[in-house]
Design a protein around this ligand. Sequence first.
Ligand code: ADP
Ligand code: MG
Length: 246
Amino acid sequence: MVSQVVAAATLVDAHALVKRFGGIHAVDDISLTIQPGELVGLIGPNGSGKTTLINLMSGALVPDGGTISVGGVVMNGKAAHVFAGHGVARTFQIPRLFRRMTVLENLLAPALTRKPAHGHGTIALRAAEVLTFLRLSHLAHGEARALSGGQQKLLELGRAMMLEPRVLLLDEPFAGVHPKLLGDLVERIAELSRRGYTIVLVDHNLDAVRGVVRRLVVMARGRQIADGVPDEVLRNPDVIDAYTGA
Ligand code: ADP
Ligand code: MG
């Protein structure tokens, strides 16, 4: 029997990316490709360059070297909203919500800034779906600032989902989340992955991501020190060193 190999088109292609802040090599020659449908964990001790890499992959920062391509299009120097237009959605380590707007308005706002592909009625419908998915429907008309830390993280995830992204970059979605809610959030992200979303999940905590991802990329001091299946990566002496040395 001949097995059929279907080459998936690479969704995100980061090649030899470099970002310096003064003398600090925050991202130092990182190459990374993300295929459609992947759920990749990006881990590393604090200060290892994870957020900087997410910023380079989403247009929040312009690389000093290397190339960043999305769906085969070189995006170097393009603004964040152009990355968003190409299907790159990201969340922030510290949620950036409209605190005095309602949960529902927070969901509608990013979608309404784009030309609606299927009309505004569809956006409202989508917002209702997203709220149901995140189990936040009962809070739709409450102010965002009244949400718990974990609920704010869910709402940020919902805002990114509203853009119907080709790839979701989640920067420390578990930070500041009450341990009781952590399992729910992990489960929601796993469900998004099962539904076909392409996700890069950033965390400094090995344990939070290892159970949910099939691929782990590890950074330390701006460099990529491992990329592979979680069990192998977590046995890698360089990874153990990076974590015990941190
Ligand atoms: P991580 O997200 O893995 O904790 P960061 O990407 O935030 O790491 O930071 C990587 C390194 O770059 C750190 O040394 C940090 O202090 C530095 N850094 C990040 N952003 C800036 C900035 N805007 N200005 C100066 N230094 C920065
Ligand atoms: Mg960070």
